[in-house]
Design a protein around this ligand. Sequence first.
Ligand SMILES: NC(=O)c1ccc[n+]([C@@H]2O[C@H](COP(=O)([O-])OP(=O)(O)OC[C@H]3O[C@@H](n4cnc5c(N)ncnc54)[C@H](O)[C@@H]3O)[C@@H](O)[C@H]2O)c1
Length: 355
Amino acid sequence: MKKIKIAVVGVGSISGMHIKSYLADERVELYAFCDINEERLKYMGEKYGITRLYTDEAEMLAALPEIDAVSVCTWNSAHAPCTIMALNAGKHVLCEKPMATNVEDAEAMMAAAKANNKLLMIGFVRRFGRDADTVLDLIENGNLGEIYYAKAQNIRRNGAPGGWFGDKSRSGGGPLIDLGVHSIDLVRYLLGKPRAVSVYGSAFTKLGNRSDLKVKKSYTSVSSKGACDVYDCEDLATAMVRFENGAVLSVEMSFSLNVGKTENSIQLFGVESGVHMENEVQVFGQMNGYLSDTSLGRSTGLDVDDAFMKEINHFVDCLCDEKTVCRAPAEDGVELMRILTAIYKSAECGHEVTL
Ligand SMILES: NC(=O)c1ccc[n+]([C@@H]2O[C@H](COP(=O)([O-])OP(=O)(O)OC[C@H]3O[C@@H](n4cnc5c(N)ncnc54)[C@H](O)[C@@H]3O)[C@@H](O)[C@H]2O)c1
């Protein structure tokens, strides 16, 4: 069988997860790397034995017309230009989250996919988590009943990744667009993808990226220079999102916060029971007139490596068989950009914004 030739554009920190997953898939040939940072490109080429290395995507696409698909793992502001260029060259694209830094770019990306009749999948990796599969199974079997309230929290005390992450011109925003995109998308996905009708948001820039602290961060951009990094994004964002079916989602996302307990959880509250997704899935309900707390065990918790493997595997499934329905299509990326942009707008104007 002819192998699918994949190029990775942007070979920074997260590209490692894409690369690892492609290397594990026999249907794929990891074919070329592209990065504007020549030193990083050389390092990644040597690490993975890739010799087709380019500092310019246009040059790579012109030189290697045999490429079938591209993973776009650049910083956020380059997602739209890099994705559109690949689609216009006739390649399928898996683009990292967030889809773009604004709605117009996201819509242009989706239009380019349609015009070229190519797949554009968005890297909503949390949809492929074991916790998501478990909760979806519970929901589909009626265990939660009507879900009317949800809470999504990703609270870091000292978790700004540095580099471009705090530079609004390249990231489009702070923890809301970086972490919130995952959480809001996952809640929307689990709820059956209802449309958001209004949002109320607030954003604060008080602590910055805390590059003065001596403590190691959990995740660092390869472009981080520490104290020299620009930081003009929010470091805490909160929001209420109201969906068309009446359900409401409360969101709290931080890179930096003087908080005792860090948190990365999603909670869904239904009339039959509620679930808490963190290191495992827990279910809170009632049994025979008593309140019951059930842990579904560690095997239902999110395993990031496994989720990336499943995400990439699904992308390749879609490329191998065009009848496969993509689980993270471009239109969901556009909808998320609409929600995120509306939250930033609400934070700026100080009142509710309707979508
Ligand atoms: N799915 C997830 O859980 C997850 C986790 C982390 C990051 N991400 C996303 O992945 C993307 C990359 O994040 P990262 O942490 O790897 O950042 P990073 O800074 O470590 O790497 C980004 C790389 O992109 C390169 N780049 C920028 N513009 C380019 C262009 N036009 N052409 C080629 N290369 C270019 C940079 O030189 C850099 O090497 C971001 O969009 C981020 O939001 C997703």
